[in-house]
Each structure stands twice: as C-alpha cells, then as structure tokens.
Ligand binder design. Sequence first.
Ligand SMILES: [Zn+2]
Length: 287
Amino acid sequence: MKVTVGSAALALAAAALLSGCSGDTGPAAGRGAPAQAKGPQARQAAEQARLAAAARRWGLDRAPLTPPPPPARKPEITPRDGFEVDGQEEEDLPPVFTTVPTKQKIVFLTIDDGAEKDPDFLRMMSELKVPYTAFLSNYLIEEDYGYFRRMQALGVTLDNHTLTHPYLPGLTYEEQKDEICGMQAVMKRQFGKAPTVFRPPYGNYNGDTLRAAKACGIKYAPLWDEEVFVDHWEYRDWDRSLHPGDIVLTHFRGRDDWDGTMVDDMRRFLNKVTREGYAVARLEDYL
Ligand SMILES: [Zn+2]
C-alpha cells in the first residue's frame, strides 16, 4: 500500500513536469518566462511528494487530500433543526450547529479540552498540513499555555470552552457568563485575542448559555456530528456516516485517558476521511 502511494506521487510528479514542458499557453507563458510557467506545477508536485513522504513517516495509509480554497462567500450558518432556544432569532443568539452548509467533500476537525500536550501531535499536523480548531478549557491548559501558543503559531485557531468545563445548564445566567467571559479574558491575555467561537462542555446548553455567550462576544456555537476516539468513531446521526461539511470532535487525550496517543487518534481520523474522499478544511474559513 505504501509503495503504491509513493509510485502514485512519483507518477504525478512526472505528469506535472511533462505538462509543464508541453508548450504552456496559460497566462504565465504570456510573460515570456517558460521556467516560471512550469514553476507552480513543479512546486505542486514537489509538495505532493513531500506530503506522501510525511504520510508514510506518520504511518498513514495515504496523504491527506488537499482542501479546496476558502469559499469566496461564506455560507449562512443557521441553528441545526431542534437545536434552537427560545428567542434564538429575535435576540440574534449564536447558532448551535453540527454541520457547515457546503456541497464539497470536506470535514472540519475540532479538538477539545487540552489535557494532553503532545509535541509529536503538533509536528504531525503541521507536517501533514491538516487544519484544526482547538476548544480550550482553562483548568487544563493553565499549567502550560506555551504549548498552545506554539499551536497558535502554527496557524491553529484557539477557541473558548469555558474556564472549568462545568455542566452549564446547571448554572445561573451570571455563573455561565463568568465561565464564558472569564475564558475570553484568559484567552485575550494569553493568546492576544478573544475568540468569537465557543463550544459548551458536553454539548449541553440552554437559552442562558447562548445569551451569556453573546454578551461575551461569541458569534458561533458549533457542536459536532461525529466523535473520534483512539479506537472507534461515534455518530450523532442514524446513518452513521460522514456528510459534506460535518464537524468532527476529538480530544486532547493520551495514554493517561485511552489506549493510544494523539498521533494514533489522528491516524484513525485521517485514514478514514481520506479513504472516503474527504479533505479536512479550516472551520474559520467558513464562519
Ligand atoms: Zn470538553
């Protein structure tokens, strides 16, 4: 299998080089620089070869698919049916949703909490260029903000998952607001920016949650349609399959919590989405 991937990448590289030599009449050729004309294709082929090598190094069946460019016009995000609260529309509360409307074969990876801080995971994701969004809870990250700053420097968006990860519907409006606004303040201080995206712990919320979130500057409250564990997948929907635009959840967990590492978890996630023809896109590009 691994040999096949390598050969495919080489074949692709060869094809790209050939087409670059076959009399390019594209816009670049007009500038009278044939060397430049084949530049982008050669670079793309080299990048594909690099990705294939990284995929082999991290034990993937094949390289992750490249997502399409961000949409020129962002889709309109509305609450999932049955996930609205009273006053949702009238008060313009942040929508709770599990899928982003798109016809493209993409999924969004979101990773929650922040217990495990695995440097190999950071390396794997940046070598494979897989985008993801982190939902952080302060009580788990305060021992090592530096790890998440490194993640942010690699292009990952860090979002709000409360200060202490409580069951929010069990709290008053004021208490919920302290949890959400308090985390906004921590994130502003530690990472330079208060997020506009928030995920309630356990996916549990009520009207006060969304009102408090809005008061703290939150615009979106994404949940998830599938959850990946190191040894299995769980599905929200009866059809037990991926759909275009699905948001996938996993957690910053390692051997303390389950039988494997973050790298093992990501291998399971990436092998399945790639096998099914999905690319991983960046959630913020669609919000
Ligand atoms: Zn959580």
